[in-house]
Design a protein around this ligand. Structure first.
Ligand code: PEP
Length: 255
């Protein structure tokens, strides 16, 4: 059984001023100091990145962007590029979150371009996929995921994808309090891993971390993470407070 270090990532979405983000990050550093068996990442809004980078300096917590543009610079008002994220202290970037797909016109093609930009800049992409409630109810879950994964990763070589992180986030479970039960999540995570094996290699399939996202909380984290193919979590709401996020980070201690 391959061992994959769990990654617990916090998506702070459009919450927190710079002052609030620094306060949460500073509190988190203290609360997760002993969690040396997991990797941790937080993704504040762009405005708070540089200040949070300073607050996290020397800690075990990595910094991520919530999105990026595929060009490295240019006349793209309101956009932020991969080199800009790197210069602000990021090592990771969330790409293709369902809120971006739903509200900002993100498509599988633009997700693919953003993953390319992230990899070229040395950022770890946290590539989000997931079906809507209607798609699940009409039995399309696996075909939707197949398309999202195949198109998102189209054109990449095996070597480029070492270190890739995928986040399976059923859209119906994000911010709704509904969580996929662990068997539902495991089934999809296994399916995604098999897709990676078919399209790339068994070694990449064994190495790729597949996070679950969708109303992960301190009281369901250990249960989800106990499944073979669930390698961590992408956490929205429960990552906004250092106390609840650190309880998720420390999920092994509650097993
Ligand atoms: C997310 O934003 O990626 C997410 C999973 O949110 P929540 O944990 O609030 O459902």
């Amino acid at each position: 059984m391959p061992t994959r270090t769990p990654l617990i990532a916090g998506n702070w979405k459009m919450y927190k001023t710079v002052t609030e983000a620094v306060a949460t990050a500073t509190e988190l550093v203290g609360r997760v100091a002993d969690a040396d068996d997991v990797e941790i990442m937080v993704a504040p809004s762009f405005t708070a990145l540089a200040a949070v980078a300073s607050a996290l300096a020397g800690s075990r917590i990595a910094l991520g962007g919530q999105n990026l543009h595929w060009e490295s610079e240019g006349a793209f008002t309101g956009e932020v590029s991969a080199p800009m994220l790197v210069s602000a202290g990021c090592s990771h970037v969330i790409i293709g979150h369902s809120e971006r797909r739903q509200y900002f016109g993100e498509t599988d093609e633009t997700v693919n371009r953003r993953i390319r930009a992230a990899l070229d800049a040395g950022l770890v992409p946290v590539f989000c996929v997931g079906e809507t409630e209607a798609q699940r109810e009409s039995g399309e879950t696996f075909s939707v995921l197949d398309k999202q994964v195949q198109m998102g990763l189209e054109g990449f070589s095996l070597n480029e994808l070492t270190g890739l992180v995928i986040a399976y986030e059923p859209v119906w479970a994000i911010g709704t309090g509904k969580t996929a039960n662990r068997e539902q999540a495991q089934e999809v995570h296994r399916f995604i891993r098999e897709l990676i094996e078919e399209s790339f290699s068994i070694d990449l399939a064994n190495a790729v971390r597949i996070l679950y996202g969708g109303s992960v909380k301190p009281d369901n984290a250990a249960d989800l993470m106990a499944m073979d193919d669930i390698d961590g979590a992408l956490v929205g709401g429960a990552s906004l407070k250092a106390e609840t996020f650190s309880q998720i980070v420390n999920f092994k201690r509650s097993l």
